[in-house]
Design a protein around this ligand. Sequence first.
Ligand SMILES: [Ca+2]
Length: 310
Amino acid sequence: MRREKIILDVDPGHDDAIAILLAARADNLDLRGITVVAGNQILEKTLNNTLNIVNYADLKVPVYKGMAKPLVRKQVTAGHIHGESGLDGPDFPSLTLEAEKKHAVDFIIDEALKAEEGITLVPVGPLTNIAAAILLKPEIKDKINRIVMMGGAYGLGNRTPAAEFNIYADAEAADIIFKSGIDITMVGLDLTFQAQAYPEIIDRISKIGNKVTDLVVELLEFFGSTYQDFYGLKAGPLHDVCAVAKLIDDDVFTTRKMHVDIETDSSLTYGRTVCDYYDVTGKKKNAEVALDLNKEKFWDLLCDILGHYN
Ligand SMILES: [Ca+2]
């Protein structure tokens, strides 16, 4: 089986943590490294959380520290959803694992340039690291086969009425990505809210009964409680996990190709992904936008791969 070379770019984050666990164990993915960005929490915390996950699950994947601040805008975080640490809930053993010395942006550039058949980028946080890599070395665009990213929405926002958090947290970076000409799959809230981990799902994962699923259950219980408190929802959506699932099985959700622009000027709608669903502008279609989740396939896939852990 040809394994798709990927770099996962994260800001853990409960759903990021599960996305890491999924990407690291998928047979058809070659996870070259995990790059970390500030997002759900400040960089020091998102890095620490990434290392905790990698250490806990004993993943042999290098971790790279990336950008601490957005390109232009003032920093925002999401402590109301992910807690003070960015990954509240579980207690982790003391950490000795460290990040690699190389900067995440340099790693993305070097890995892309040396990938003979190209590479896939999977950003599931603000797009700062990816945009910085493209700004620093524009020729990597020819080596990036596709970007499968979690962010945006053609419907409702979650950070503001108009904007999804990852795009809102660095809309200037997102604008660079969407104008890059690279093949983009946009996994937005319209799709990820179909992946809510209801109690029966948590129960199913719990019954797998290994060390990693024990952790996943703790993550889902905390994440579910903040979604209940903040949004009045009965379960937390596994946003970032959907992007990784698409790489594992292309049939896990449908997409529609459209033109997507990023709003960077408006005070009301900053960070909006303006999706031309009906092609009313006739502008070049630059993104496959996620539509409908095959829920059964999604949960089967997640449970199957989590079951590969000991
Ligand atoms: Ca994330």
